[in-house]
Ligand binder design. Structure first.
Ligand SMILES: [Zn+2]
Length: 333
């Protein structure tokens, strides 16, 4: 029998936990129909020789910041090069919807600051053509691409959309503000958003140095937005905690949020050199939450975080040297 596709001689790591092995894989239609020892499946209408390559299921990357790039890049590189077949974006409270027309530049400098994505690339690349979150999803759906994309609505753009300049203030959101944000989160979830995200770390700052709007939001605001997730009955609540400490002060509201929504609360786990024990304490808190039936989960990076070093970036090797700091305020050229 000839198969539609045979991937031969690859080193198969199938994701089940069994040791990797050399294997041939047959695909008919869109279904894997046979997995046999290497050399045993020969007849394929199309054959891909995977000798010397890893063959794995597609990776799902739950933490990315492709919110802008997906509007112009159907290849979503470099993730697609690395075997990722699904990306989730809109993490850490940043993104590009909802967006009023006069907030485009501000949203770009927010992403530029938080994620060190060069603003010039964002300015040249984003075509816009949306204001609401559902409109953003519609624009993305128009472009065929090589991998699947899931979007979350970020607290930064959401708060700025609802509260304007006040979104940057330390003061609390009003009840009307919270209701309006919750309504937009509900609208986004019903249109297909995977969830909502926020930032709780002072390390995440816009290019102008301001914290991501919502960083210091009180529990009333966070649970008010959580009420939208409860109403829809679906959606993750993701956030980036302060990197260097166990997010102990966050834990009470996280537990109340998970109890309120019954939906996943997802938090980054970090292991900074300055506090290498942090992850153990977070894992202990997660164990306790699970024993109590609360769906709180950790996001763990597969490798250390990479940062683009350059003099105009937020971090570079000279940054903490006194001699550099004396001239840091001067123009580069
Ligand atoms: Zn992030």
């Amino acid at each position: 029998m000839s198969h539609d596709l045979v991937i031969s001689n690859g080193f198969l790591v199938d994701g089940s936990g069994t040791p990797g092995r050399h294997a041939d894989i047959a695909v008919d239609g869109d279904i894997i129909t046979a997995v046999e020892p290497a050399g045993s499946i020969t007849a394929g209408t199309r054959t891909v020789d995977a000798d010397g390559r890893l063959v794995t299921p597609g990776f799902v990357d739950v933490h990315t910041h492709y919110d802008a790039q997906v509007s112009w890049d159907p290849w979503v590189t470099p993730s697609s090069w690395h075997g990722v077949t699904t990306v989730v974006m809109g993490n850490c409270g940043v993104g590009f919807a909802p967006a009023r027309p006069d907030q485009h530049d501000w949203l770009i400098q927010l992403m530029e600051g938080v994620e060190d994505i060069p603003g010039s690339a964002l300015t040249e690349g984003i075509t816009w053509g949306w204001e609401s979150f559902p409109e953003y999803l519609d624009r993305l759906a128009e472009m065929p691409r090589v991998l699947d994309v899931g979007a979350q609505i970020g607290h930064g753009p959401l708060r700025a959309y609802v509260m304007g300049e006040r979104s940057m203030d330390d003061g609390p959101a009003s009840n009307d503000d919270i209701s309006a944000m919750a309504a937009l989160v509900e609208e986004a979830l019903r249109a297909g958003a995977f969830g909502f995200s926020t930032s709780r770390t002072p390390l995440h700052r816009a290019k102008d140095g301001e914290l991501v709007p919502g960083t210091n939001a009180d529990e009333r605001e966070l649970l008010g937005i959580g009420a939208a997730i409860r109403r829809v009955g679906r959606g993750v609540f993701q956030f980036a905690p302060d990197h260097a400490y166990v997010p102990v002060k966050e834990w009470p509201w996280m537990r109340r949020l998970a109890a309120l929504t019954g939906q996943p609360v997802s938090v980054n786990v970090n292991q900074p050199d300055s506090a290498p024990h942090v992850w153990r304490e977070v894992m202990g808190l997660l164990d306790q939450a699970h024993q109590d039936g609360l769906p709180i989960f950790a996001q763990v990076a597969g490798r250390t975080i990479g940062i683009l070093y350059c003099l105009q970036g937020s971090v570079h090797p000279l940054l903490f040297h006194p001699a550099y700091q004396e001239i840091a305020h001067l123009p580069l050229a």
